[in-house]
Design a protein around this ligand. Structure first.
Ligand SMILES: [Zn+2]
Ligand SMILES: [Zn+2]
Length: 283
């Protein structure tokens, strides 16, 4: 029998089931018959509560993957690292640097939450710096850096490298996960600051495989109507079977996606779960 992979949303901006907590942030649990991967760790304490409510055992984690270094994806990173001392941490080298948002004179620090860069670097034996596509556990991959090629996709906000808010942060640490299933690739986005379409293009270029599903944050919250319409046409041309936009998609783009893809669209809330057959090559 082929292996299965189960994906569960642990942290998201919405929760629609009893006894689950929502917060602005993202985290997903990816479990094959052989391995467990934690993708991002939410913003504050929702993860701590939800892993108990969803009966997820953090001690089982083989790998923790960070989509990027923003506070809403690294909130329970210390807890995750401590809960699973054997787990490797996959992250882009730029994920640990300071990050800012806002305007000159009103900068907000929006980098790593719950843990500092030096605390992370103090555990070098468990760090895997991902600039290139990398297999995390059999069948589960992280993209590494995503080339920015499309015209309309920017990082989606006033993001800066320094507190003077002059030099824009390209957020080159942004990366996504893809799971190789018998139906095609299941892509899980953290925030997609690289752009959803740039991300899908990179994954197709690297794998040569079709995209079956796209789950997670698409960061269309500040996108122009033109970019939203273009993104929808690009998604349509790929004949994607499951779309579960969440987190930083924003109400306008969420409404547009639900209208454009009534058959493919799915909720993406804390506790939402999908199961797919993993490709047999990983059995
Ligand atoms: Zn972000
Ligand atoms: Zn985010």
């Amino acid at each position: 029998m082929s292996q299965r992979v189960r994906i569960t949303i642990l942290v998201e901006n919405t929760a629609r089931k009893r006894n689950l907590l929502a917060e602005h942030g993202f985290s997903a649990w990816i479990e094959t018959d052989a391995n467990c991967v934690l993708f991002d760790t939410g913003q504050a304490n929702a993860l701590l509560h939800n892993v108990g409510a969803l009966k997820v055992d953090m001690a089982d984690v083989d790998a923790i993957v960070l989509s990027h270094g923003h506070y809403d994806h690294t909130g329970c990173l210390r807890f995750a690292l401590n809960s699973a001392p054997q787990a490797m941490l996959y992250l882009h080298p730029q994920a640990v640097r300071a990050k800012y948002a806002g305007q000159p004179g009103e900068a907000r620090e929006i980098g790593l939450a719950s843990i500092t860069e030096s605390e992370i670097r103090r555990q070098p034996q468990r760090l895997v710096w991902t600039t290139e596509p990398t297999q995390v556990v059999p069948g589960v991959f992280v993209t590494g850096e995503i080339p920015r090629k499309t015209e309309l996709e920017d990082t989606g906000g006033d993001f800066y490298l320094y507190p003077d808010c002059r030099e824009p942060d390209p957020i080159i640490d942004d990366q996504a996960i893809y799971v190789d299933t018998q139906d095609g690739l299941v892509v899980i986005l953290g925030c997609a600051h690289a752009g959803v379409i740039n991300t899908l293009n990179r994954i197709c270029e690297v794998t040569g495989r079709p995209i079956h599903a796209v789950i997670g944050g698409t960061h269309l919250v500040n996108a122009s109507p033109e970019r939203i319409a273009w993104t929808i046409e690009e998604l349509r041309s790929r004949n994607i079977k499951l779309l579960a936009p969440g987190h930083c998609t924003g109400p306008t783009a969420t409404a547009a996606l639900w209208t454009a893809f009534p058959k493919q669209i799915s909720d993406c809330s804390v506790g939402t779960t999908w199961t797919f057959p993993l490709r047999n090559v990983y059995a």
